[in-house]
Design a protein around this ligand. Structure first.
Ligand SMILES: Cc1cc2nc3c(=O)[nH]c(=O)nc-3n(C[C@H](O)[C@H](O)[C@H](O)COP(=O)(O)OP(=O)(O)OC[C@H]3O[C@@H](n4cnc5c(N)ncnc54)[C@H](O)[C@@H]3O)c2cc1C
Length: 262
């Protein structure tokens, strides 16, 4: 079975972020880059499925990112993935969700897959849209927000987090799932894993190599960032004084009712 895990390379969560005013895009150079923390849960889920299934199951990491991120991809290999595929091409710069999903789908289809596992969201753009778009382009069921995942042959069973609890979902492979942070506790790479990762293959492909037959990148983007603003500073709020808890609660409810918030 072939399991592919999509990972994004993102600026370190603690790094100071800067937007280039001319392109309205995040400045990614000169900032420490890391594996998107949400994707470590996706890698762990894939490794657990591999350990359970045994046999010839493989876990391949896939990313659309500049080649300079190769050593960050190696962390995913140090966790235990078998190999990696990087789609690295200057023509991909400025890709929006559509372009990113289309390019990843073409590369994944060309590579072959039974199951694709993604994180729920990135820590930089944070749209959470990519997994759905990717499933659509791959033409397979997309099971998002998964907190529990099991495979029995080609039958996939999952629990999806919902606003009110969870839903049990089942489908057949091939499929795509995106996993939440509740699914597992990602392992730390062991010393053996770190040493072993140095010998693992990271294939680097251009968009053409990956079978991407349409232009992506800034000129082809279907999304335009029209404006970016810092949120206004939070106001002081309103303090209610009341004789007791019931009177206080009543005042708060009245306040919310007046604004049609309850
Ligand atoms: C006009 C425009 C220009 C942009 N220019 C750039 C740019 O120059 N450089 C840039 O890096 N971003 C750029 N972005 C942001 C980029 O389009 C998004 O980061 C990307 O589409 C993924 O969306 P997301 O980060 O919201 O991922 P989400 O949907 O929040 O991520 C969910 C999961 O999808 C997977 N995933 C997301 N992105 C990738 C990826 N690249 N490779 C593999 N797996 C992935 C991961 O598993 C992740 O956990 C641009 C966006 C717009 C609108």
């Amino acid at each position: 079975m072939k399991i592919l895990v999509t990972v994004k390379l993102v600026p370190d969560t603690t790094a100071e972020k800067r937007i280039d005013p001319s392109t309205k895009r995040l400045v990614r150079t000169g900032v420490e880059t890391v594996l998107n923390p949400f994707d470590e849960y996706a890698i762990e889920a894939a490794l657990q499925l591999k350990e359970k299934a045994g046999g010839d199951t493989t876990v391949t990491i896939v990313t659309l990112a500049p080649e300079s991120g190769k050593e960050i991809v190696r962390k995913a290999l140090a966790m235990g993935a078998d190999d990696a595929l990087m789609i690295s091409d200057p023509a991909a710069e400025g890709s929006d969700v559509w372009g990113t999903a289309y390019a990843l789908a073409q590369a994944i289809k060309k590579n072959g897959f039974d199951l694709v596992i993604a994180g729920t969201q990135s820590t930089d753009s944070t749209t959470g849209e990519l997994p759905g778009a990717l499933a659509e382009y791959l033409g397979v069921p997309g099971v998002t927000y998964v907190r529990k995942l099991d495979l029995d042959g080609t039958a996939l069973k999952a629990e999806r987090e919902t606003d009110t609890g969870y839903a049990k979902v089942s489908t057949d492979l091939p499929a795509l799932v995106s996993v939440t942070k509740s699914i597992n506790e990602p392992r730390y790479p062991s010393l053996k894993g770190i040493m072993g990762a140095k010998k693992k293959t990271i294939a680097v492909q251009t968009l053409a190599d990956a079978g991407v037959d349409k232009p992506i990148g800034s000129d082809a983007a279907r999304t335009e960032v029209t404006n970016l603003e810092t949120p206004p500073a939070r106001g002081k709020g309103q303090i209610f004084e009341a004789a007791d808890a019931v009177a206080g609660a009543t005042k708060i409810v009245e306040f919310l009712r007046e604004r049609k918030l309850v």
